[in-house]
Ligand binder design. Structure first.
Ligand code: MN
Length: 336
């Protein structure tokens, strides 16, 4: 864990922005809300903000716990900006260029609280006036905040509750964990005065009906392609390609490709690759599929080795054909 010390005196009298990543999730929002309570207890003013979108669960959580936040803040209006659960300019969506500007001007203090691996493009590398509180051993950003603030007397039941919510969400309800994270969770749960069931209820994935119907259609339209015993599943959907690709992977495929276009609009290809397959054959969806696809058809790829997306204007049938050719070529060349 990076031991930058978190000091309050410097923040007194300042106007602080607490910012989540774009498409804010439970961990990002809960950790910003924890900091908001903490600063308030020290009589420091802060405002919670989301770049432009918040996911369904985080919105439900904010509503139930009366957490107010603003959208599209003007970063220049604040003396200091704290970022929660991100370390990458792209994750700020529309605010990313504003943030680059702040980093270049160096007149504001920027603090990052994050538990992801910092990358080359990360904010921590770009800003000189910044402080990073990062730990890749923390299972969530709320876990990291607990390790920073948990011993302070202001750490109240609400902060403990928010810490639990972030931990349960980011571990997929403890599919991953460590002795330290179980200890932290146990301590926060007893301090939160909530039951385990109450915590779990916030981490429940509420899938809208339209999305559930889309999953069923994706399953119905799925084509199973066996390439040298590697199961590749392709399907077609106009919306929800990414979550459908994840769902199809859960059924047992090694690679899933879901492609489709909105009426008259852009074509989206979402792909997922199973971790064991990825590691065994050093397969990377960006390097081996999306970037070569961009070479052929233009468009914009994004994502990482196991989950990636491409958007462009090519016809959906052509996109799928090209994607399958690239996947086949990888499997055959690698002699899988
Ligand atoms: Mn997180």
């Amino acid at each position: 864990m990076q031991k930058a010390s978190f000091s309050i005196p410097k923040l007194k009298g300042k106007n602080i922005l607490l910012l989540t990543h774009e498409n804010a999730d439970l961990d990002s929002l809960a950790s910003a809300a924890m900091m908001h309570i903490y600063l308030k207890s020290k009589k420091i003013k802060s405002t919670l903000a989301v770049p432009s979108h918040i996911n369904e669960q985080a919105l439900h959580f904010a509503y139930e716990n009366k957490i107010s936040f603003m959208l599209q803040p003007n970063l220049a209006e604040y003396d200091a900006v704290m970022l929660f659960d991100l370390n990458d300019f792209h994750q700020l969506g529309l605010l990313s260029s504003q943030m680059r500007g702040l980093c270049n001007n160096r007149c504001q203090e920027i603090m990052v609280f994050d538990h992801h691996e910092p990358k080359k493009e990360s904010i921590s590398c770009a800003s000189k006036s910044f402080k990073a509180f990062t730990s890749t051993s923390a299972v969530s950003t709320t876990h990291l905040l607990y390790s920073i603030l948990g011993k302070d007397k202001s750490f109240n039941p609400k902060m403990a509750f928010f810490a639990c919510v972030g931990m349960i969400e980011d571990t997929g309800r403890f599919l991953v964990g460590s002795a330290d994270s179980f200890r932290a969770f146990s301590d926060c749960l007893s301090r939160s005065k909530k039951t385990y069931a109450e915590i779990l209820s916030f981490a429940k994935h509420i899938i809208p009906e339209a999305e559930r119907v889309a999953f069923l259609k994706a399953a119905q339209r799925a084509e199973i392609i066996d390439i040298n015993d590697i199961i590749v599943v392709s399907s077609n959907l106009s919306f929800y390609q990414s979550s459908a690709a994840t769902k199809l992977l859960e059924f047992g495929a090694q690679i899933t490709l879901v492609c489709g276009s909105e009426r008259g609009g852009v074509t989206t290809l979402a792909a997922r690759a199973e971790s064991a397959f990825k590691e065994k054959y050093n397969f990377n969806l960006m390097r081996d599929l999306m970037l070569p696809l961009q070479d052929k058809l233009g468009g914009n790829p994004g994502g990482h080795s196991g989950a990636a997306i491409w958007k462009g204007s090519a016809d959906e049938k052509i996109v799928m054909e090209e994607a399958l050719l690239l996947v086949k070529a990888f499997i055959i060349v690698k002699g899988v």
